[in-house]
Design a protein around this ligand. Structure first.
Ligand code: MG
Length: 307
């Protein structure tokens, strides 16, 4: 990459990026890279290559890339819980799973009595340990990113799971295709993307913002925070200043907490998802179609929720 990738739209963005920084391509050769998660203790990045049904691993210490898991239940979104365990959204398993410290896999939820989830897409863990995830239909719409199958739920919802009790609650039920989601630093706000435009012309391509109620377990509000101006927004993460770094058709878009589009990181492929990492959490890892890119920022990823 020979050119500086940053497009400054609002002057605030110039303080978040470096004019001399270039984009690094860490790997290419995926069919659809998604679900990045950085493990600080091991200094590695995991991400999904959904159609190839594998999870990949990039080692920060030597730059090598290897297959972490294959087959991988067509895993999509990932995050790291408060105990450092990998949480996975599995299209193939129609579940949310967790990799335990001994390496075994636990299925945290597949849905309810007599029905299965559609295909969990993206996930965050709140500071109280609850697991919040989106459940659109992409993983059951065809055999390309999972297993084609009928929908068993009454819609595509955002769910909250208590892993200890298994209690599963729909916290938002008015989405077409809920997708990436992220809490604000203080966990008073939850941002959730709707990518309904994939299935309906004129459908949603926006980020909604909810208030987390005082019980910490339910939502109110849900107004549209921002509409994508290029392609669809999908996965997103917040930095310590509350700015949103969101995937889009032409790169990564950065929104201020007041919803101003501050700028973009131009990426030569359609971006699906991002996460912060590196030992200072100041490097943004970018899953984009066939490749994974990385760029250093003058901003650091929010530690809550872990990602
Ligand atoms: Mg997604």
């Amino acid at each position: 990459m020979n050119t500086n990738p940053f497009e400054i739209i609002d002057e605030r963005f110039s303080k978040l990026v470096f004019g001399h920084i270039r984009l690094d391509c860490l790997y290419t050769g995926c069919r659809w890279a998604e679900g990045p998660a950085y493990f600080a203790a091991g200094r590695y990045l995991l991400w999904s290559d959904i159609p190839n049904d594998r999870v990949m691993r990039w080692d920060e210490t030597d730059g090598s890339v290897s297959v972490f898991q294959a087959p991988a239940f067509y895993a999509n979104g990932h995050t790291v819980d408060r105990e450092g365990r990998l949480i996975a959204c599995e299209h193939g398993g129609r579940c949310v799973s967790r990799f335990e410290h001994d390496g075994s896999r636990s299925v945290l939820t597949t849905g309810g009595a007599g029905w299965r989830l559609n295909s969990p897409n993206d996930v965050v863990v709140k500071s109280d340990g609850s697991v919040w995830f989106s459940d659109p239909s992409y993983g059951i719409d065809s055999d390309y990113e999972g297993h084609a199958a009928p929908q068993e739920t009454d819609g595509c919802h955002v769910w909250r799971l208590e892993p200890e009790s298994g209690r599963l609650t729909a916290v938002a039920t008015d989405f077409e295709k809920p997708n990436g989601l992220a809490f604000s630093l203080d966990e008073r706000l939850l941002y959730v993307v709707d990518t309904g435009a994939t299935h309906r012309s004129g459908g949603p391509r926006h980020i909604r913002r909810f208030s987390v109620n005082a019980d910490g377990a339910s939502l109110s509000g849900g107004e549209i925070f921002a509409e994508s101006t290029n392609g669809l927004h999908d996965g997103l993460r917040l930095d310590t200043h509350g700015n949103l770094w969101v995937s889009a058709g032409d790169g990564v878009h950065c929104y201020a907490p007041d919803a101003t589009l501050l700028g973009k990181i131009r990426i030569p492929e359609v971006v699906s998802n991002v996460c912060f990492g590196g030992i200072k959490r100041n490097r943004l890892f970018i899953c984009a179609s066939s490749s994974v890119y990385a760029v250093y920022l003058n901003a650091a990823g929010a530690l809550r929720p872990a990602s």
